[in-house]
Design a protein around this ligand. Structure first.
Ligand code: NZQ
Ligand code: ZN
Length: 380
């Protein structure tokens, strides 16, 4: 096991009706920015619950945070934060709203003019941020309990992430009932994103981390087990609760303690969203099977272990087949052709991006720009 530090400061407020708990957790003397997206919270009762928890506070609303939140929109919110002397940001929505809140929180306290440098430098230059609280309505990203944020820049078609210990939400409300209004497509996306988060921290090589392996496998098994119910009974509280907690544990840092991590699927996938506008999960489902195939020798032992323990199959190949079949079973496509995108063009564009940035990644740091091109070409 590798050395690690593990600190997760986010307080989780889990369960039915827990939005009311927000009331006592905000500083009374501060103005609050109530940040949300395109309006889903106005249709499912979440908006009213939040408004009622915010009674007695000075509140400014900022809505219109997009899926794959835009830098350009966040800058407008930073202006509002400064003008209204906001002291706390309450993000209400999916990962995009939470990610935007984190960026706005860091940008509002940033000393310097080049706010994009927060993303370019992966958050290493973030030295402070406003406190952020969250009410999560879409289980997927884990943003509710981590210090990550992914922001897209429309003008340059870039999508970059940053991480900072300053932007962990101080609390996150996870009420499974808020997810009842998700469409089947959003649920499907959440399942795949969660699945791939687990894999990025698991599907590498044996590293004498039996507990972390078992934790990751139990999250995978739970997710697979609960999946059919999520679609058949969208208002089943218990299955939504299980899904929500699985998604949080998949990316709150726990299963990544002391293990080698990959993340090449995410790195490549972010570029595909930036260029083609596909949903985050859609791009992951295209890329991950390609990464596994390309790294088959290096990942073979772990693929076999996964196949044996999660799918009850013997070979790495069968484990890969079962994984893609699982995606297909929830109507998630896995090839460029399914979206009428040229794999050749995608390979060229994304290769160029990584070459410009001089990026390499993967658990052995051997996913070079050329390797990325090969992986993408294999997903035609
Ligand atoms: O904008 P509104 O109207 O709220 O609608 C949203 C949005 O259109 C809707 N939605 C959310 N909750 C709902 C709902 N509709 C009905 N009922 C509800 N309860 O769903 C749509 C998608 O929301 P979004 O927040 O974009 O989805 P998700 O949570 O999947 O977030 C995706 C973003 O997170 C980033 C992705 O790259 C992408 O930008 N990621 C963030 C990570 C992190 N912070 O750790 C890690 C991930 O790997 C990922 O990269
Ligand atoms: Zn993800």
């Amino acid at each position: 096991m590798q050395n690690f530090t593990f600190k997760n400061p986010t307080e989780i407020l889990f369960g039915k009706g827990m939005i009311r708990e927000v009331a006592g957790r905000l500083p009374k003397d501060q103005s609050v920015l109530f940040l949300y997206g395109g309006g889903s919270i106005k249709k499912n009762g979440v908006y009213e619950q939040v408004r009622s928890a915010l009674k007695g506070y000075r509140v400014t609303e900022f809505s219109g945070i997009e899926a794959n939140p835009l830098y350009e929109t966040c800058l407008k919110a930073v202006d509002v934060v400064k003008k209204e002397k906001i002291g706390f940001i309450l993000a209400v929505g999916g990962g995009s709203v939470l990610d935007a809140a984190k960026f706005i929180a860091a940008a509002a306290c940033f000393k310097g003019n080049d706010l994009w440098s927060i993303l370019r430098e992966c958050g290493n230059n973030v030295k402070d941020a406003l406190p952020v609280g969250a009410v999560l309505t879409l289980p997927a990203t884990g943003s509710e309990a981590n210090g990550n944020s992914v922001i897209s820049r429309q003008s340059t078609q870039e999508k970059l992430y940053f991480h900072s210990p300053y932007v962990y939400p101080v609390f996150s409300v996870l009420d499974p009932e808020t997810t009842f209004s998700l469409s089947a497509k959003q649920v499907r996306n959440g399942i795949v994103d969660t699945f791939v988060h687990i894999m990025e921290q698991y599907m590498t090589y044996p590293a004498q981390t039996p507990l972390q392996d078992r934790l990751a496998e139990s999250l995978l098994q739970t997710l697979i087990e609960v999946t059919p119910v999520l679609f058949k009974k969208p208002k089943d509280y218990e299955s939504r609760a299980t899904f929500m907690w699985t998604a949080t544990l998949a990316l709150n840092g726990l299963i990544g303690c002391g293990v080698p991590e990959d993340w090449s699927t995410h790195m490549i996938a972010h570029e595909l969203t930036a260029f083609y506008g596909l949903d985050h999960a859609e791009t992951l489902a295209i890329v991950m099977p390609g990464v596994w195939q390309y790294k088959l020798t290096a990942k073979k032992k772990k693929l076999e272990q996964y196949g044996r323990r999660v799918w009850n199959v013997k070979t790495a190949k069968d484990a890969m087949t079962r994984t893609e079949a699982f995606f297909h079973s929830i109507k998630m496509l896995t090839r460029f052709g399914d979206y009428k995108i040229s794999a050749k063009e995608a390979a060229r564009k994304v290769r160029e991006r990584f070459a410009e940035r001089d990026s390499v990644f993967g658990e052995h740091e051997d996913i070079t720009p050329d390797a990325v091109a090969k992986i993408l070409l294999s997903r035609a």
